[in-house]
Design a protein around this ligand. Structure first.
Ligand code: SAM
Length: 220
């Protein structure tokens, strides 16, 4: 296995996802990617060593003390650690056991609870369990039909009075050879299901020039 050429950070994700999709397994490649990265034979494109700048811009200055936050598909924990620094009692969960092991290893002594869990079969205590739910880049990493199920599942984690923040690539799934597969306007609006209300849906362009959605919803 060769390393990605400089400049194409998504090459390993595409290589492994293509093999996974061919076996009708849209998510099996995540764990393989983390495992290869651990051995230095692949690049995890979203492993930037810093929290998502669009999350930081939104959350900076907030006091999370006394509030519970969860990061959906937390990967290596970059956003979890940031929320914990703001004072949130933070849980990060991911389908990939390797990601969760590496996230915990990377942040020794972290107060974050790193847990292996599937958004589509969440533990009972996750349901309506969090004052802040952050979904950043998970839905965009999975194609239809599973992504539709993910969109429906995320709002179920928001407690009464709680907030959901979604950060995702903006565009059309069918316009690109993903992953990532951008979300269209209909898809980003669909997070306002199961009783959530839309606060704002922002079409943005991030610092790298990528069109993004940042969308905020609340459960009254
Ligand atoms: C593109 S990565 C983004 C990781 C992280 N949010 C970040 O921005 O660094 C998507 C993550 O979602 C996880 N994932 C995919 N489907 C999932 C599911 N059904 N339940 C939990 N995690 C899932 C993958 O294992 C992967 O770590």
């Amino acid at each position: 296995v060769t390393r990605s050429p400089e400049g194409d950070r998504d090459a390993d994700a595409r290589r492994l996802s293509a093999a996974s999709y061919a076996e009708r397994d849209p998510t099996g490649w995540f764990d393989q990617l983390y495992a290869e990265a651990e051995h230095g034979t692949a690049v995890v494109p979203w492993d930037r060593g810093e929290p998502n700048p669009l999350l930081v811009e939104w959350a900076a200055g907030r006091d999370g003390s006394g509030s519970k936050a969860v990061v959906v598909g937390c990967g290596l924990g970059r956003d979890c650690e940031y929320l914990a620094r703001l004072g949130y009692a933070t849980t990060g969960f991911d389908l990939s056991a390797t990601a969760i092991r590496l996230a915990a290893q990377r942040h020794p002594g972290s107060p974050v609870r790193y847990e292996v869990a599937d958004l589509l079969e969440p533990p009972e205590n996750y349901l309506a369990g969090f004052d802040l739910v952050v979904e950043s880049y998970t839905v965009q990493s999975v194609p239809d039909p599973v992504r539709g199920e993910l969109i429906a599942a995320v709002p179920r984690l928001v407690a009464p009075g709680g907030t959901l923040l979604v950060i995702a690539a903006r565009g059309s799934e069918h316009a690109v050879a993903g992953p990532p597969f951008p979300l269209d306007e209909d898809e980003i609006g669909r997070f306002a299901a199961s009783g959530l209300q839309t606060v704002r849906i922002e079409p943005l362009v991030d610092a790298e020039g990528t069109p993004r959605w940042r969308a905020e919803f609340v459960r009254p």
